[in-house]
Design a protein around this ligand. Sequence first.
Ligand SMILES: Nc1nc2c(c(=O)[nH]1)N[C@H]1C(S)=C(S)[C@@H](COP(=O)(O)OP(=O)(O)OC[C@H]3O[C@@H](n4cnc5c(=O)[nH]c(N)nc54)[C@H](O)[C@@H]3O)O[C@H]1N2
Ligand SMILES: Nc1nc2c(c(=O)[nH]1)N[C@H]1C(S)=C(S)[C@@H](COP(=O)(O)OP(=O)(O)OC[C@H]3O[C@@H](n4cnc5c(=O)[nH]c(N)nc54)[C@H](O)[C@@H]3O)O[C@H]1N2
Ligand code: SF4
Ligand SMILES: [Mo]
Length: 740
Amino acid sequence: MMTTTETVAHRVCPVCEACCGLELRIADGKVTSIRGHDGDVFSRGYICPKGVALKDLHEDPDRLRTPLVKRDGRFVAVSWQEAFAEIDRRLPPILEKHGRNSTALVIGNPTVHQVGLMLYFPRLAKALGSRNIYSASTLDQMPKQLSSGLMFGHWLSIPVPDIERCDFLLILGANPVVSNGSLWTVPDFRGKAKALRERGGRIVVVDPRRTETAAMADQHLFIRPGGDVFLLLGLVHTLFDEKLVRLGRLAAHVAGLDDVAVAVAGFAPERVAARCGIDAAAIRDLARRLAATERAAVYGRLGTCTQSYGTLVSWLIDVLNVLTGHLDEPGGAMFPKAPAFAANTTGKPGSGRGIATGRWASRVAGAPEVFGELPITCLAEEIETGGDDQVRALISVAGNPVLSAPNGARLAAALDRLELMVSFDIYLNETTQHADVILPGASPLEEMHYDIAFPQLSYRNQARFSAPVFARPDGQLAEWQSVLRLTAILQGKGADADIGQLDDELVADDVRRMAGPQAEMVLRAVAHLKGPERQIDLALRGGPYGDLFGLKPEGINLAKLKAAPGGIDLGPLAPRLPELLRTPSGKIELAPGMLLLDLQRPAADLARPVPELVIIGRRQVRSNNSWMHNLPILAKGPYRCTALVHPQDARRLGLRAGQPARITSANRAIEVQVEVSEEMMPGVVSLPHGWGHDRPGARLTLAAQRPGANLNALLDDSQRDPLSGNAVLSGVPVQMMPIT
Ligand SMILES: Nc1nc2c(c(=O)[nH]1)N[C@H]1C(S)=C(S)[C@@H](COP(=O)(O)OP(=O)(O)OC[C@H]3O[C@@H](n4cnc5c(=O)[nH]c(N)nc54)[C@H](O)[C@@H]3O)O[C@H]1N2
Ligand SMILES: Nc1nc2c(c(=O)[nH]1)N[C@H]1C(S)=C(S)[C@@H](COP(=O)(O)OP(=O)(O)OC[C@H]3O[C@@H](n4cnc5c(=O)[nH]c(N)nc54)[C@H](O)[C@@H]3O)O[C@H]1N2
Ligand code: SF4
Ligand SMILES: [Mo]
């Protein structure tokens, strides 16, 4: 009798920022089950339904497995060689004729979860040499990156709550029970939050919806969308007004304290209360509690970034952490120390070059460059508008901006005007349907994994590596290989370049630049490795816990990580100031000039009337942005893309539960299904984003059966936070009426 032997594999989940360790069982080359990996030092067995759905993703017949080239308006499957030959025939002539800036790169969210893309698209971007770089960062966290860069000197020096020791957690505009955390890698937030409360701690949530996180908190405060800047100014004002400011150990490391005191003088709680919808007594009470609790942290996320005051709000959150003595203290808001790839662990500790923005500007709107990028909401106009440097060719990497960015219809039309569009993606969807060539990534189960970004944002310090669960099918390239091949084409080396040799050369250049006289020794130490593994080993060994290429044998390296399937725990977060700082002054810049100046906007806005009805977004456990709606295990169950309204609004507007309604904004309109709930703040409607799979031309069989409504089809692509370029996705005025 034949018996099938089951094998077990471990892999860190690449779907969301929680980075859970998964345990997969495999028999006959198929996944038989996916569970949380109890032995994972970091996630300790936690998993959500999207982790389980990796099986469906791996098996999805719609997932692309061969390159596609558009011929006479239709996609045909071609060999990899043909696909690259097509690109080599069409892309270099555009560059030659119209210059580097006639090309654009647009980078989507899954890039950050894919080590091959993370390590190799910077090489692609360099070879491209264009100023037209766009990404999901300007639909998401750019405001926080900017405020952190200004305050602490680097774009990824972002403090996170030390939740295991915290006794008071104030959360604004985040719903980690559902999202599983963001700019804060914290698997099983719910369990950790419960433990916090069980030891007598408190959680306060500020959100226009009584979210799943708010429902488990001690206190929930409804806030008017976009009102956070007023609440936070009121809180900071109270700290000065009631003499509650305590810098503690940081006193010697803070610049600009007096400037902040002056800047907030006009924002007493009594003045801001009406504008944010939270009364003055509650604001003062919150400030007092924050100041009086020894171990406390303030955390804000998406809802605080996707609004026109995103950078101010992101800044004020950390101003609160500093002024109450909670920054960089155990139980407060602390800085992770990642084992590899963190800019705040390299170079001279304690000071640095800081950051700059506006080194160039977008051609049409004049929007400033931020962290090397232009706002993604500028992309359509850069394609549409004629003149020098008009965008004529586009490379998209793991992004679906036609659904995920405001006014996707305009972008879709613009994409069709391109001379060439190349997409790295795993689906033929609303965005990639406009491409001329699609280069399919492998299944995540066929790629190895090491998180570059998330150990820099983790609730504990950690290092984990995942080997591929399955070998790649014959001929399928790993994504780093296809990105490198395109890089070679851009370097003029043609479609058949030796990318192994190119990889060796690029790594050798990096090492010689960074390691100086030790370069040859370092290169010898990693000579047995290639591709991403070599870069990971280099970064780990040279990093803060590394074996220094043999000089510190007890340190970590890739081989040790590979031998530890549950990962290596590097301990609780530890204080890092002033060592972490990379500001020119070597201080925490509490009052950056750009931000003080921007306070004129909320000052002018204080007296402005608030709209009757505004729209906000909503995340759901069984959905992930725009790209997991084709997976059976997630797609089943009740219809989720509903528009939530408060009963008062439903009565006022004649809306009935389960009935269709039209939502309009300017000349844009969508149709939705109404759900009535007291969860909502009156005057606010909530709709999930990432839906709207009813555009013809995509290959998403299951998703098309229940397409949902596209929130972004309603939103205005000219609305941005002027400092960070981040899109305004929240608090947008709308009208809503029943469809009869
Ligand atoms: N209204 C509104 N809009 C929003 C938001 C909101 O809250 N409200 N949230 C915003 C946020 S935070 C984000 S991050 C963006 C996300 O927006 P995008 O960055 O556009 O991400 P997705 O919409 O998830 O699309 C991901 C794409 O990557 C592809 N993909 C998945 N895995 C891989 C892979 O391994 N390799 C390759 N090459 N491709 C892959 C998918 O097929 C899909 O085409 O949406 C933003 N849009
Ligand atoms: N299940 C699931 N998980 C995900 C994702 C997903 O799509 N689905 N996406 C992933 C991505 S890309 C990201 S960036 C993260 C985001 O992670 P989170 O930041 O936790 O995202 P949201 O759940 O959108 O939470 C934003 C909250 O802000 C509230 N809000 C809206 N406007 C305002 C406002 O003006 N002020 C305040 N104070 N609150 C406001 C909303 O009601 C919502 O509860 O989630 C990640 N995890
Ligand atoms: S919370 Fe879910 S989607 Fe996020 S990493 Fe964990 S298993 Fe994956
Ligand atoms: Mo995001």
